[in-house]
Design a protein around this ligand. Structure first.
Ligand SMILES: Nc1ncnc2c1ncn2[C@@H]1O[C@H](COP(=O)(O)OP(=O)(O)OP(=O)(O)O)[C@@H](O)[C@H]1O
Length: 361
């Protein structure tokens, strides 16, 4: 049995089915990320696990102990679960030190030391410990909430978008620091996030949620490279989706002959490539005129500078599959390339594909 087991969990708010028949198994000491569009039920699921909401149906078991089963529910304060809410939910009348140390024993001789240590771990300066929450930025408040939850040494930590108020650089370093801190304390964690990169880099297991249900659960690599459908593919990153004919482990498509991850022959299939699988090399019109069969060329129609990642749109100039070319001609291939050597509008490029394409079932 897994550390956390959720079976057929449901919660309705009047006519709104916020969570519908969720099953989830979480291994001890692991990190799970839940991603999904706004309103799909992520926060409700965390609140059900934490015990702030009672489910209408289903079961939650933690470390072999039943926490919720139909009508019966263990109260939140007896679950040993930490929840860091989206807005931090700090106590406004307490100082930052008071907030962080809220759950610590007042008679504990090392209490102040422990508070300072927790503040240090989440990257907060000691000088803010005497302030009140309203005197902190949103990002600082989120870190206080995290330190307060850590102080309780929970068996399971639930993080609801805990890095959303931080800017990009700080967000990545906090994510890494928090992951290390949770790992060294052996705390099992579930993170809810809107940010795909955050989910893919933080977790051992990712669950994609849609309309109250999980549409796919797997390792970050599995979900990124082998998503079940186009929506999941596009939720986790940019995707190039093409029609293709599959035979002998290869797809015949607009982008030529590409190895695929399935061997089942299909006359009409949809395949997916991640844009970073498509490589561009500078070429000329002479090379295009003398192109060997199967060698693909394109012309850059748009190039939008974005620093490390520039959007480059390409119109295919020759294709092994003319009817598809017409289709892709109207929607150009869009790739992200580093700004330092992104091609310019009008450039001719040779196109090649690395790795395998994924075949949607
Ligand atoms: N207390 C409540 N009363 C009524 N409806 C609610 C309540 N809490 C949530 N809902 C509804 O349940 C659905 C799921 O909400 P939830 O907050 O769980 O989504 P979410 O995926 O966390 O969204 P976001 O990413 O925007 O935070 C939404 O339709 C929401 O409006």
């Amino acid at each position: 049995m897994s550390f956390l087991e959720i079976a057929s969990l449901s919660k309705n708010y009047g006519p709104v089915a916020a969570v519908t028949g969720i099953d989830l198994a979480v291994a001890s000491g692991s990190r799970t990320a839940i991603v999904g569009p706004s309103g799909c039920g992520k926060t409700t699921l965390l609140r059900l696990i934490a015990g702030f909401e009672a489910p209408d149906g289903g079961r939650i078991t933690l470390d072999g102990k039943l926490l919720a089963n139909g009508g019966t529910s263990v109260p939140a304060h007896l679950r040993g679960i930490g929840l860091v809410a989206q807005d931090g939910a700090l106590f406004p009348h307490l100082t930052i030190a008071g907030n962080i140390g809220f759950g610590l024993d007042r008679k504990e001789p090392r209490r102040d030391e422990r508070i300072a240590e927790l503040a240090y771990i989440v990257g907060l300066d000691k000088s803010i410990l005497s302030r009140r929450p309203h005197q902190l930025s949103g990002g600082q408040q989120q870190r206080v909430a995290l330190a307060r939850a850590m102080a309780m040494k929970p068996r399971l930590m639930l993080l609801d978008e805990p890095f959303s108020a931080l800017d990009t650089g700080l967000r990545a370093s906090m994510r890494k620091a928090v992951a290390e801190m949770l790992e060294s304390a052996g705390i099992t964690t579930i993170l809810v996030t809107h940010d795909q990169t955050e989910a893919l880099s933080f977790a051992d297991q990712v669950a994609v949620m849609r309309e109250g249900r999980f549409s796919q659960i797997g390792t970050p690599r599995d979900l990124y490279l082998r998503p079940k459908d186009r929506m999941i593919a596009e939720f986790l990153g940019d995707a190039i989706v093409l029609s293709a004919k599959i035979a002998n482990g290869y797809a015949e498509s607009t982008l030529g002959r590409i190895a695929v991850d399935g061997r089942e022959p299909r006359d009409i299939a949809r395949i997916m490539l991640r844009p970073e699988q498509v490589l561009l090399a500078a070429a000329s019109r002479n090379e295009l005129a003398a192109a060997q069969p199967g060698v693909l060329f394109g012309e850059v129609t748009e190039s939008e500078f974005g620093g490390a990642s520039c959007a480059v749109a390409i119109k295919l100039l020759n294709t092994p599959d003319p009817p598809e070319a017409a289709a892709i001609g109207s929607t150009p291939l869009v790739l992200k390339k580093p700004g330092v050597d992104a091609p310019s509008v009008g450039d001719i490029v040779r196109i090649s594909v690395v790795g395998k394409a994924h075949v949607f079932s």
